[in-house]
Ligand binder design. Structure first.
Ligand SMILES: [Zn+2]
Length: 489
């Protein structure tokens, strides 16, 4: 097994958990090792590996800057799984009070083949209440020769009384670059020729778990040999073999709307699962966001794009590309300057000259309702929200063009006027959605109404709030709340 073969043997090889291993090393060097540790974190991030290195280091008489020597009889016995005094217990299968009682009885005896007894309890959150109580007494007064390392993927299921008795370390999801680096190292050692893009696909699929990434690498190479193509990798991982998701992400980042819309149409025509495809685009954009955020670049455009794409909803009509088109258009146009189309008649400004945004209240259309009053504005916002809700019950993809794309300019006796920020949305509503909107607006107002649409400049406060952190949190939630940064739990 590739994972077992390349399991880190020293602290320096543990990937992406520098905050843990440097503290442990210092404790070992200064002879201040605690008697109970609690390792928490997602699966496959190195908890058991680190625990085994620590178990060797606690016993090794030949420490090298905190690392076990891995050569002395003690290290060798532990590496071969032959040491009686390293007791590994899987709490998932030994979870009862009797198991812990047995542990307590044996712990009193002096170690037999090592100098220290080390208990490694994996999946410790599975223990029963009785077992916890029994364990707690042992943790309170461990014999001098006994050390505990508890590991869990579910920290919140570990009783606080136990947590407080342990020195706790939180293992993080491994960052993409670190994971790709380790995979590259293993490939080099094994003589595999796999390009960086393919390693990225593997690493991304593992979502921060290095063990899973190495297992995937093994699956790919055992099926396709040591020189798999990128297509082989995608096929082995059961992924959509579609480079267009990366192309679309690039078109969005490059603000190429025609290119993006062509790609979306092409993808839809080829019968690809649009929800999955969109998810792949979002993954690519998230990687880019993580990279840009680290380098300190301007990430507002990326955040907006992720937010818009994560919101695209295909549940009502899975083959309809409109939600993805709308998301792309909003992502691309939302970051460029607002279109230079306003209402010259109301402002006195020549057509094509937007004028300062601060003047906006003066450019309010005459005869319309007074949008400068908060109560009036909120009535119109409520109307628009209700109109969107009603339309979305009839046709969610058409209704999507009303969502955040426009504002109500006026509601008069038989005319409602909507101002759109971008011609893309305006034209779609005008051309394809007019009957739907007029019908639902009439039902809402209780009288027949006609729809008028025009382009307006988006109000500054709207644009500002669109690029604030709220969108990022919203995007993260929409994607299943997997933060990009450290501490994934
Ligand atoms: Zn040693």
């Amino acid at each position: 097994m590739l994972y077992g073969k390349w399991r880190p043997q020293g602290f320096e090889e543990v990937v992406g958990q520098e905050h843990v291993v440097s503290t442990l090393r210092n404790a070992l060097i200064s002879d201040q090792v605690a008697h109970a540790y609690l390792f928490s974190g997602p699966r496959g991030t190195g908890k058991t590996t680190t625990a085994r290195i620590l178990a060797r280091a606690i016993n090794c008489a030949n420490l090298k800057e905190g690392d076990p020597c891995n050569q002395c009889p003690t290290c060798t016995a532990i590496r071969q799984g032959a040491a009686l005094d390293l007791i590994e217990m899987d709490a998932a299968s030994n979870r009862g009070i009797d198991d812990i009682r047995e542990l307590r009885e044996r712990i009193a005896f002096a170690p037999s083949d090592l100098t220290k007894k080390v208990y490694l309890l994996d999946e410790v959150h599975m223990l029963t209440d009785g077992a916890w109580n029994a364990l707690l007494k042992t943790l309170e007064e461990p014999p001098p020769h006994a050390y505990f390392i508890l590991a869990t993927t579910d920290l919140h299921k570990v009783p606080p009384t136990v947590v407080s008795r342990c020195q706790r370390f939180d293992f993080h999801r491994v960052m993409l670059d670190a994971m790709i680096g380790r995979l590259g190292f293993i490939c080099e050692q094994e003589g595999f020729a796999i390009n960086g893009g393919s390693l990225g696909v593997i690493a991304r699929q593992a979502r921060g778990g290095l063990r899973d990434a190495i297992t995937l690498l093994e699956q790919v190479t055992s099926r396709f040999g040591p020189n798999p193509t990128e297509g082989d990798v995608l096929a082995a991982l059961g992924l959509l073999q579609d480079h267009r998701s990366i192309q679309l992400a690039e078109a969005i980042m490059g603000k190429d709307l025609p290119g993006a819309l062509d790609l979306v149409r092409d993808v839809a025509d080829s019968g690809v699962d649009l929800a999955k495809f969109t998810r792949a685009v979002v993954d690519t954009l998230r990687d880019e966001l993580a990279r840009s955020a680290q380098e300190g670049g301007d990430v507002r455009g990326l955040v907006l794009a992720i937010s818009e794409l994560a919101r695209a909803d295909f549940r009502m009509d899975p083959a309809n590309p409109v939600p993805l088109e709308v998301a792309c258009a909003t992502a691309i146009l939302g970051e460029t300057a607002a279109p230079a189309v306003t209402r010259p008649a109301a402002t006195g400004a020549p057509a094509g000259q937007p004028g300062p945004r601060a003047q906006r209240p003066a450019r309010r259309p005459s005869g319309g309702s007074d949008r400068s009053e908060d109560s009036a504005a909120s009535t119109e916002q409520k109307f628009l929200r209700e109109l969107y809700n009603r339309c979305s019950m009839v046709d969610i993809t058409k209704a999507a063009f009303l969502n955040g794309s426009c504002e109500v300019l006026s509601i008069e006796d038989d005319v409602i006027r909507l101002g759109f920020y971008f011609s893309f949305h305006k034209d779609k509503i005008d051309r394809d959605c007019r009957p739907l909107v007029e019908e639902q607006a009439a039902a809402l107002l209780g009288r027949p109404v006609r729809l008028e649409v025009e382009l307006v400049e988006r109000r500054p406060q709207n644009r500002k709030s669109a690029s604030k952190g709220g969108h990022l949190a919203e995007a993260a939630r929409a994607m299943g709340a997997t933060p990009v940064g450290k501490d994934g739990e």
